[in-house]
Design a protein around this ligand. Sequence first.
Ligand SMILES: C[S@@+](CC[C@H](N)C(=O)[O-])C[C@H]1O[C@@H](n2cnc3c(N)ncnc32)[C@H](O)[C@@H]1O
Length: 193
Amino acid sequence: MSDRFDDAYYRRFYGTDGAQDPERVGHLATAVHEMCSWWGVAITSVLDVGAGMGMWRDWYREHHPAVRVRSVDISEHACRTWGHERRDISRWRPSRQYDLVICHSVLQYLADDDAAAAIANLAAATGWVLYLEAPTAADLALRVDPARTDMDVHRRAGAWYRDLLDPHYLQAGAGLWVKHDTIPMYELEAPPA
Ligand SMILES: C[S@@+](CC[C@H](N)C(=O)[O-])C[C@H]1O[C@@H](n2cnc3c(N)ncnc32)[C@H](O)[C@@H]1O
């Protein structure tokens, strides 16, 4: 497993000039957790894939300590520093499901075949809801701040991701993907399947 994701990487993209910090991730985690509650899903287990500095895991520990959070990452540095299991999501499929699976800014680092395998593994691991963020080619060209974003990633169309996600999930919006045949959605709550 490569260690492109070393101390310098996390300092570069998660330091004071980085796009993410615990406060921003806290707003996101609150929203995701509460949307699940609104949908009637009481989150008891979470799998954070590509957990990095562990901001989601730390938010859960602080705000919902009874929730069991399993965090995994491919980076030896991240696992040693922030206490994750070392796993490559393109090759690892957990033996059980988690109510909420988080894959925040990870898939853009994987080559096509690996990203496709990773999506299948994420889907197998998802009990109810996946939170997914992966910048597409259009996002990288038009929407991200290149000074604060790692641009050395795979650029794929949104449709490329959707073709792999749609067999497993309904896209509810705002990064939330609901496993098919789990949460009934009102017609105007999510785009037509
Ligand atoms: C941009 S960081 C995102 C960290 C965290 N999810 C966040 O949003 O704060 C990307 C992370 O994905 C991890 N990663 C990359 N490829 C992976 C793979 N194949 N399996 C598991 N983790 C991976 C990296 O080690 C790195 O920690």
